[in-house]
Design a protein around this ligand. Structure first.
Ligand code: G4P
Length: 543
């Protein structure tokens, strides 16, 4: 029996739909993100998933690219101008008896730090590959984060409607380059570009592919019994059957525990733009993807799902609604029931936080959230006190979840304002951007003038900071780029003076740790050669 039909202890059996019990509700939740390289089809797939769940009557309403109909998921003017999605939000919809929380992630590599944070809030991920390109750099980077966190991954090989690579070759690539054993649940009939449909490896049926006009409606699925498939698809069917048998012989059959351990990945072939394979993906998420489980707090204690309400902030976003300069903190519920209006405690300060304005946000679409359960994402409006990584909770015992790590920056610039009369606004703006995680803010003792050094994983983060400082804080930024690209954590702060050279310097983080930054690897290696006693550590994403 395949995973797709295996009975599970999950809410999709119907139990718990009307219940207010957080444990029952958690069983119904599937919280995941789509990870992909830009242009693999993430926006298209998001839209297709929502379409399948009948949220949208017609595809096109949540597309995240410029120049398309009703661009809902891009809210900053800059995003529209550049045609990229900088910010993330969450889309919630019911599918069968389940509640699907799809967390959006920015496509552009420069905003990968934001994507990493989103991955701290999901229970599984869908890795979307372009059939012509296979694994691309951004997919690999994001997959590393999934591996690090033990996030189970489902692979969707997209764009099978147009010429691409061989299915076996793509599966081999997944196995060889990222060490995930592929377990195809469907197998393409007809090579990419001559896509006739898929062989459902569970039922043995042929699911034929029919192009729809612009993919705007749910593609009709025709299931044809294996004995009639040969007549329908001839040699393509024969080849698919043979390749599928080969897969079974080489360990490519579904193995649920291996998926849960993040050691193997179920694979589906499809076409997001044609809505083909998308329904199967949703079914798979419902039946196979993990539901929310209890989280550990900073002290390593488990916060059970039925403990009082707790949540952590994984993203802060300002200026989503240009009419009101509001600030929304996106929090993932970890335990208990969230009820709008409840007063929670902000663990970092011990201060009360009123949740009167709680919303579900996807792009410019906002709905008030009355109740939320483990796995859900709540957008807390006017959350000026909340920063990325903060915990909210009610009741006893108090809880604080581990903060979300900062990632190794690769670009640095000294920030000053060109308008000395606005220095107060400048300081406030920089502080806010830091709290939101738009950029990292470092200080330099050696530079002496107190100007902050902005650090970014991708240089476009500087553009966002510049834009926001000018439009929101009216404190125009002048950035002096520094020549550093390699960074290490300083293990022994007594060694600071040794690290201050022509090709390196020491910058301080707000948490008291210090970073040594180097122009390049050569500068780092030659300093270590001169001073082998230097205690320098990698800035690991998940420490
Ligand atoms: P992204 O969010 O991952 O960056 O990708 P997006 O969905 O924007 O898709 C990137 C391009 O790939 C789009 O084309 C989209 O239509 C196309 N695409 C997505 N899925 C499929 C698929 O299954 N088959 C084919 N053939 N194409 C697909 P574009 O030319 O950039 O935009 P558009 O003019 O088509 O809207």
């Amino acid at each position: 029996m395949s995973a797709a039909t295996e009975p599970r202890d999950a809410g999709h059996s119907g139990a718990g739909k009307g219940s207010h019990d957080p444990v029952q509700q958690a069983r119904r939740r599937r919280t995941f993100a789509v990870i992909s390289h830009p242009d693999a089809g993430k926006s298209t797939l998001t839209e297709a998933l929502a379409l399948h769940a009948r949220v949208l009557s017609e595809a096109g309403a949540v597309h995240g690219k410029a120049g398309r109909r009703g661009v809902v998921s891009d809210w900053l003017a800059m995003e529209r101008a550049r045609g990229i999605s900088i910010t993330s939000a969450a889309l919630q919809f019911e599918y069968g008896d389940c509640v699907i929380n799809l967390l959006d992630t920015p496509g552009h590599a420069d905003f990968s730090e934001d994507t990493y944070r989103v991955l701290s809030a999901v229970d599984s991920a869908v890795m979307l590959l372009d059939a012509a390109k296979g694994l691309e750099p951004q997919t690999l980077k994001l997959f590393d984060v999934c591996r690090h966190r033990g996030i189970p991954v489902i692979t969707f090989i997209n764009k099978w409607d147009r010429p691409g690579r061989e299915a076996l070759e793509l599966c081999d690539e997944v196995h060889e380059r990222i060490g995930l054993r592929p377990m195809p649940l469907t197998w393409p009939v007809g090579e990419s570009g001559h896509f006739r449909g898929v062989l459902d490896r569970n039922t043995g049926e042929f699911v034929s592919f029919e192009r729809t006009a612009g993919g705007a409606t749910i593609a009709p699925e025709h299931r044809i019994a294996a004995e009639d498939a040969a007549e329908e698809a001839g040699a393509d069917w024969q080849r698919a059957v043979e390749e599928s048998e080969l897969l079974s012989a080489s360990g490519g059959d579904m193995d649920v525990p291996a998926f849960s351990r993040a050691g193997a990945t179920p694979v589906l072939f499809g076409s997001a733009v044609q809505n083909f394979g998308v329904g199967h993906l949703l079914d798979l998420l419902v039946e196979l993807a993990p539901q929310p489980t209890p989280r550990e707090d900073v002290a390593g204690r488990t916060r059970e799902l039925d403990a009082p309400f707790s949540a952590f902030v994984f993203k802060v976003q300002t200026g989503m609604d240009p009419a009101h300069r509001d600030r929304v903190a996106f929090a993932r519920v970890c335990s208990g029931t969230f009820e709008r209006g409840m007063v929670a405690t902000h663990a970092a300060t011990g201060k009360p936080f009123a949740t009167k304005y709680a919303q579900q946000v996807f792009g410019q679409q906002r709905d008030t959230v009355e109740l939320a359960y483990p796995g859900d994402v709540v957008g807390l409006v006017n959350a000026s006190a909340l920063g990325v990584g903060d915990t909210l909770h009610t009741g006893k015992p108090a809880v604080e979840f581990p903060g979300i790590p900062s990632f190794a920056p690769e670009h640095f610039a000294v920030a000053r304002t060109t308008d000395p009369g606005r220095s107060k606004q400048f300081r406030r703006g920089i502080e806010q951007l830091s709290q939101e995680g738009v950029i990292q803010v470092l200080r330099s003792e050696a530079r002496g003038d107190g100007a902050p050094v902005l650090a970014a994983v991708g240089p476009m983060q500087f553009d966002v900071a510049t834009h926001r400082m000018e439009t929101e804080f009216r404190a125009p930024l002048q950035l002096e780029r520094l020549p550093y690209h390699v960074v290490r954590l300083v293990g022994d702060q007594q060694q600071r003076s040794t690290l201050q050279t022509r090709n390196s310097e020491v910058l301080d983080r707000s948490d008291g740790s210090a970073l040594a930054v180097f122009t390049d690897d050569i500068a780092l290696r030659s300093l270590i050669r001169l001073h082998p006693e230097l205690d320098l550590r990698h800035v690991v994403a998940d420490t």
